[in-house]
Design a protein around this ligand. Sequence first.
Ligand code: PLP
Length: 283
Amino acid sequence: MFSSCHVVITEILPKWGVTYELVKANDKAAWEKALSKPTKAVFIETPSNPLMEIVDIRFVSDLAHKVGATVIVDNVMASPVLQKPLELGADVVMYSATKHIDGQGRVLAGALLGSFEYIYEKLIPFTRHTGPSLSAFNAWVLVKSLETMDLRVTRMAENAQTIAEFLETRKEIKSVRYPGLPSHPDHEVIKKQMKAGGTTIGIEFTGTQKDAFRFMDSLRIIDISNNLGDSKSLITHPASTTHRRLSPDVQAEMGITPSVLRLSVGLEHIDDLIKDLAQALNS
Ligand SMILES: Cc1ncc(COP(=O)(O)O)c(C=O)c1O
């Protein structure tokens, strides 16, 4: 799970008396146990950042609705192109529009989707008085970006699939976590709920953090940056950047070791990307 969401749930909300229970993404028995008691809301991130863990949205939504919970899905990693949580039973979908929706690193923005009743009776009365409003210019940039989002994400996911298959053949890589690979432990659920494997790959290096850093520094086309879903391919080291706020224990529980990297695949020519990755691995 993205670290700020983890901090909101485990550190900020409890100050208002909200209690929570964390459930392992694909542990169906744990979901059944957790959702056997009255619950207000279920928050799901699938695929997860950075290691592409998968929650079965239909399964959890059915359980949640039986106990009266609202199901909120963080659909940032899949994007609206590859996964449609409202059609799978969710009630609210959340986006960082800074990712695939903008797709070119220009705008900080977010979006929430839900029923007419949710938007007009719950969300707007709250946002109107609390300030999260987008500037007109940024809204215009995003509307223009939506015109090309489907094309961009479809091509980026094709590139990511080819790269994930390439990385699986390399001895320098201990494991590749990508929803489009048959080796993904939740491949069957993925086939049910995603149109393709997504644009982001979780990579664990065989070596140490130093080896992972040397690899990143050797890349020439792929840039080091914390964004994802961008037309430009970007690589990041979650343990020291996006997820550094989490304690080493929580990082370890999420599988974020010092040799884990997250690769967001962009729109460059696939041959150039493979060549860049190969020369960096060889170095
Ligand atoms: C899965 C996920 N959810 C939410 C966010 C939050 O995005 P923002 O920082 O644009 O609010 C991110 C950012 O990386 C993310 O990866």
